[in-house]
Design a protein around this ligand. Structure first.
Ligand SMILES: *[C@@H]1O[C@H](CO)[C@@H](O)[C@H](O)[C@H]1NC(C)=O
Length: 212
């Protein structure tokens, strides 16, 4: 019995060590397809420190567009190292007058970190449509609960920069106006389902690239 416990202890240690090594990470093999549990893992021989570093958020996104803003994602598709870890990030650049229009991330909660400028941000609760919004300044952070509609507006005089992190490697992004007006759902059905008049629907389809 005297010898048994130390032996059992070492036995357990060796087990937990080998168990931990298969659990440490699962860098996405993007040649396979994504599923509810993420991508299959790359072989460890194909993993290096660069699997855990992403340099794509160092430069500003192109804000020459209708929203005067750019979202540069570091989701699993861009940054395979986050696969299976329940995290990801993105960079937001907002030119003067820029806006990230009302949108949701079906798969993740979000934290917004203001780096530069002034951003008016808010979200709407799903149960009572209560709006929570505030003007945020450099150093402020704000959270947006999973799945809720939210927005960010550059409300300052200069450009604004923020980073966001998500509670999923693949948070998804659905922008409300694009969902409503940037597709080929017939104007008549958009009108019926939104209570907007046909002229307004046609105008928004024209602006956002929808048809029908
Ligand atoms: C930014 O996007 C606009 C519109 O697509 C394009 O004309 C312009 O060349 C882009 N600028 C850069 C620096 O890529």
């Amino acid at each position: 019995m005297k010898m048994f416990l130390p032996i059992l202890f070492i036995f357990c240690l060796s087990f937990s060590a080998s168990y931990a090594s298969v659990q440490d990470f699962c860098v996405a093999d993007l040649s396979m397809s994504d599923g509810p549990a993420g991508y299959p893992c790359k072989k460890v021989s194909g993993v290096s420190v660069d699997s855990f570093v992403y340099s794509g958020l160092g430069t500003a996104g192109n804000t020459t567009n209708i929203i005067k803003a750019a979202v540069t994602p570091a989701f699993v598709a861009q940054f395979p190292g986050v696969n299976g870890l329940g995290i990801s990030a993105a960079r937001l650049d907002l030119a003067v007058g820029g806006v990230i229009p009302m949108h949701t991330h079906p798969g993740a909660s979000e934290i917004l970190f203001i780096i530069e400028g002034t951003i008016c941000a808010g979200f709407i609760s799903s149960s009572a449509n209560i709006v929570y919004f505030k003007t945020l300044n450099k150093g402020d952070i704000m959270i947006f609960p999973q799945g809720l509609l939210h927005f960010q507006i550059n409300s300052g005089k200069g450009s604004a920069l923020a980073f966001v992190s998500f509670s999923s490697p693949n948070p998804g992004l659905q922008i409300l106006d694009f969902a409503l007006f940037a597709n080929n759902l017939p104007t008549e059905l958009v009108t019926t389902t939104t209570f907007l008049d046909a002229a307004q629907v046609k105008k928004l389809k024209g602006v956002l690239g929808g048809t029908g």
